[in-house]
Design a protein around this ligand. Structure first.
Ligand SMILES: [Zn+2]
Length: 435
């Protein structure tokens, strides 16, 4: 049911231009790929033809065979390149422009209107698409209310270019446990989340967010991170067990999955007890928590790029936490935890670092290049419940494709130099056969 709901959301919001085209004759495109990494297979294939009709892929195979059935299809020659599925970043903040310090965070919420922030959000959506990201899970607006749903709507209607967006709207934390918090109790300040208290409040908040367009529910499981003498990263848990369970239960009842921000081991453990679908950040991951994640089929979205980015400006515990996470990541790869690509872009500026930097960290931290690619394609699609639509190159899938000049299996940083982007059969970047 959950998959169906999300799938319907994607399918019903086809841009008007594509719908109009589909009513006449679907546009046929033949892509000649020098090398194909399809997102699911363990091996790359050479000289592959990809036939696209309208917004979907209809055939994939040896280029001569596909060409024979392509008829008068427009040809896009990528025979000197490596073609991959469109990349998927499952932890983004379109409405945030970097918050390495609390001052930089507060300034955005206090000095910028939501309208201005939404304009920057649309800019970020375009930038992300041009970097090869054809789908994002945006995990909360940081005080910008439901503006993520507005950006998604504008993209889906073809008003602005951008990826498929899976929106989480406002996220949740209990009263007093998320910024902005001031010592001056006279001030009414904007909240970075929807403050939520009590079991009934939790269910009401989920219903409100879903009614305003939330595809996902996000909540903050912990805060106040600290190491103890036994080198375990601990934290203070935000919600009571009953509140967290109510959030997860209500979200699942309404066909939505749940992402939990957890940094310390206590926050991760509490979120796993509540039954969430993904652990965000997870710096304090332990071997026993990894075992629970595998058993409960929970995904880990480690957001290494932001950990590395904020370690310097924030100082203190943030550097040791990043080092701790690196060690845990290596063990999790060996154990077979489902690690899905997510950067926390918005925590660092969209304009400064290409999100594909995350793949480079994953290889440095212990994944093979192919494992890293799957974490940001087929496995990410699985987390989103979209494995029948996006994240791989196969007949029936949405035609979301990227290409790079070199071989990312030899040099993963190739993914930071995407030269061709197609989303839903429309070319947004590169392509010799561009209309
Ligand atoms: Zn985040």
């Amino acid at each position: 049911m959950r998959t169906t709901a999300l799938l319907t959301a994607v399918l019903t919001l086809v841009p008007a231009a594509l719908t109009a085209r589909a009513q006449t004759a679907p546009q046929r495109v033949l892509i000649k790929a020098g090398r194909l990494i399809d997102g699911r297979s363990d091996q790359a294939r050479s000289n592959v033809g990809i036939l696209i009709e309208g917004r979907r892929i209809t055939a994939v195979g040896p280029v001569a065979q596909i060409q024979a059935q392509a008829g008068d299809a427009r040809v896009i020659d990528l025979s000197g390149m490596t073609v991959l599925p469109g990349l998927i970043d499952t932890h983004t903040h379109l409405l945030l422009q970097g918050d390495p310090t609390s001052a930089s965070y507060d300034e955005q919420l206090l000095e910028q209107s939501i309208a201005y922030r939404a304009i920057l959000g649309a800019r970020n959506a375009r930038l992300s698409l041009m970097h090869g990201f054809t789908a994002l899970r945006d995990v909360e607006t940081e005080g910008a209310m439901y503006a993520d749903v507005d950006i998604k709507r504008a993209v889906n209607r073809g008003e602005v270019p951008g990826p498929h967006i899976f929106a989480s709207t406002r996220a949740m934390a209990p009263t007093g446990m998320y910024p902005i918090i001031s010592a001056n109790w006279e001030l009414e300040l904007p909240h970075g989340v929807q403050p939520v208290d009590g079991v009934d409040g939790a269910r009401l908040a989920v219903r409100e967010q879903v009614s305003h367009g939330a595809d996902w529910i996000k909540y903050y499981s912990d805060r106040r991170y600290h190491f103890t003498a036994d080198s375990v990263l601990h934290s203070w848990v935000n919600f009571t067990a009953e509140e967290a369970k109510a959030i997860v239960d209500e979200a699942h009842r309404l066909g939505r999955r749940v992402a939990a921000h957890c940094i310390g081991s206590d926050g991760i453990a509490a979120a796993l007890r509540a039954g969430v679908n993904s652990i965000e950040h997870g710096d304090g991951m332990t071997d026993s928590l990894m075992d629970v994640m595998i058993k409960q089929n929970v995904y880990w979205v480690p957001t290494v790029t932001v950990s590395q980015y904020v370690a310097g400006p924030r100082g203190g515990i943030w550097g040791p936490m990043a080092a701790y996470q690196r060690a845990a990541f290596g063990r999790a790869v060996k154990k077979g935890v489902k690690i899905v690509m997510g950067t926390d872009v918005g925590g660092f500026p969209w304009t400064e670092i290409n999100q594909a930097k995350e793949f480079e960290y994953y290889v440095q931290y212990g994944m093979t290049p192919m494992q890293a690619i799957k974490s940001g394609t087929s496995l990410a699609a699985e987390l989103l419940g979209q494995e029948d639509n996006i994240g791989s190159v196969a007949p029936g899938m949405v035609a979301d494709l990227v290409a790079v000049a070199g071989d990312p299996l030899k040099d993963i940083t190739e993914l930071q130099r995407v030269a061709f982007v197609m989303k839903e059969g429309t070319v947004y970047k590169g392509g010799s056969g561009r209309e």
